[in-house]
Design a protein around this ligand. Structure first.
Ligand code: GLA
Length: 429
């Protein structure tokens, strides 16, 4: 079984790889960014997927959107080793506001849930080596009905700057899609005019791609935003996770074109540690988010998370793939109903030949999409595009185990559990 699968996949794989390399190298368009932030994908914690819009603190005091929740998570980032490996942001999502603005039109956090205000929370983060992000919606209201941005761009940007905010997520519920290009572009300029560097997280292309026929202006989006949402809200189950991964793979020619230091696709939050994803499935999310250079924002309850999930989130080797300074996103080089193979170029890289292709290190991800059992795959490294004249030091990332030194002509064989991943690095020797 293994050898026939191996042969069939090997020849298909070589064709696909060749096409992917050529197309991506021709189409890559880079221009410079303006705020100098997020030279590697941002990492941290975000409230939405796990805590949503729970504002009923009298019923669930530990789980409602409140100063206490964000402080609790910040404390965990610090005490449980997350900050040390790079998770240094706490981001507030929707439902933090009062239902109306102040007399002078400013946003106001809900006074019961945020008794000391947002500036206090920012100070709390900053004194712990963390950063604070916040949410607003380019619309008349936020998705959950709180006061929106339209008509108040200047006052809100200044308020966020005065509060010492470090990152702004701008959503676009209830807004005509044809107004988004100008709306997001202008608000980016307004943010810059405050003089405070704030990471700009945009949901802009999501609404264009999934709620209209408008084709996103990717060059503009990448010039204006540090990260941008590309797909639906993610939930903690295998179906959603796979759908999100498939969207990235199916659209990689377009999505990867503008990615690099300071500008990243955002396929939404990490679900790891929540009910709904197994340990193997959680490794798939962590591995693929790292291979595609996605922001790593956990949305989970760090006060109640078991060690096996913590180990995935704290694995320095997988984080190093995500944070690779070259900032080249990976691409899917093989895909069928059973198996995906992804390849991401990594440092160290030694381009020597005319093409530059091949003399770089790589991450390799093999994902078993099936729910009904393990599969075994064998493929020559050169068929995945690994064609150096040197050799590669191969290592399993999650198992933290060295394999052997291999050349391009050698075959890597992996057994992958159902809905699981084998993630390897191939580092130039
Ligand atoms: C949208 C976004 C989510 C979250 C909610 C908040 O659905 O995509 O990420 O911000 O709004 O209401």
């Amino acid at each position: 079984m293994m050898s026939s699968m191996t042969t069939m996949w090997s020849s298909m794989i070589s064709n696909v790889i060749f096409m992917a390399f050529i197309t991506i190298s021709i189409m890559k368009v880079m221009s410079c960014l303006d705020n100098g932030l997020c030279l590697t994908p941002p990492m941290g914690w975000l409230s939405w997927e796990r805590f949503g819009c729970n504002v009923k603190c009298h019923i669930k005091p530990d789980d409602c959107i409140s100063e206490k929740l964000f402080k609790d998570m910040a404390d965990r980032l610090v005490s449980d080793g997350y900050r040390e490996v790079g998770y240094n942001r706490i981001n507030i999502d929707d439902c933090w506001m009062s239902r109306s603005r102040t007399k002078d039109k400013k946003l106001l956090p809900d006074p019961k849930r945020f008794p000391n205000g947002i500036r206090h929370l920012a100070d709390y983060m900053h004194s712990r080596g963390l950063k604070l992000g916040i949410y607003q919606n380019y619309g008349l209201k936020t998705c959950m009905g709180y006061p929106g941005l339209i008509g108040y761009q200047k006052v809100d940007a200044q308020t966020f700057a005065d509060w010492q905010i470090d990152m702004i997520k701008i959503d676009a519920c209830f807004t005509p899609v044809h107004t988004l290009d100008k709306g997001y572009e202008d608000f980016g300029d307004v943010l810059n005019q405050t003089g405070r560097p704030m990471v700009y997280s945009c949901s802009w292309p999501y609404y264009q791609l999934h709620t209209s026929t408008v084709i996103p202006n990717w060059n503009l989006i990448a010039d204006k935003c540090n990260i941008w949402r590309t797909y639906h809200d993610i939930h903690a189950n295998w179906k959603d996770l796979l759908a999100t991964i498939d969207f990235v793979g199916d659209n990689q020619q377009v999505l990867n074109r503008n990615v690099g230091p300071g500008r990243w696709n955002d396929p939404d939050m990490l679900l790891i540690g929540n009910k709904g994803l197994t340990v193997d499935q959680s490794m798939v999310q962590m591995g693929i988010w790292s291979v595609i250079a996605a922001p790593l924002f956990m949305s989970n309850d760090l006060r109640h998370i078991t060690q096996e999930f913590k180990n995935i989130l704290l694995n320095k080797e997988v984080i190093a793939i995500n944070q690779d300074p070259m900032g080249e996103p990976g691409f899917r080089v093989f895909h069928n109903e059973t198996l995906d193979i992804w390849v991401r170029p990594l440092m160290p890289s030694h381009p020597q030949h005319d093409s530059g292709i091949g003399d770089t290190s790589y991450a390799l991800a093999f994902v078993n999409r099936r729910q009904d059992g393990q599969i075994t795959v064998g493929v020559k490294l050169e068929e995945l595009g690994l064609k150096t004249s040197r050799s590669y030091r191969m290592r399993y990332v999650f198992a933290k185990r060295d394999l052997s030194v291999m050349t391009g002509a050698d075959t890597v064989r992996v057994s992958i559990p159902a809905t699981g991943i084998r993630l390897l690095t191939a580092i130039l020797d």
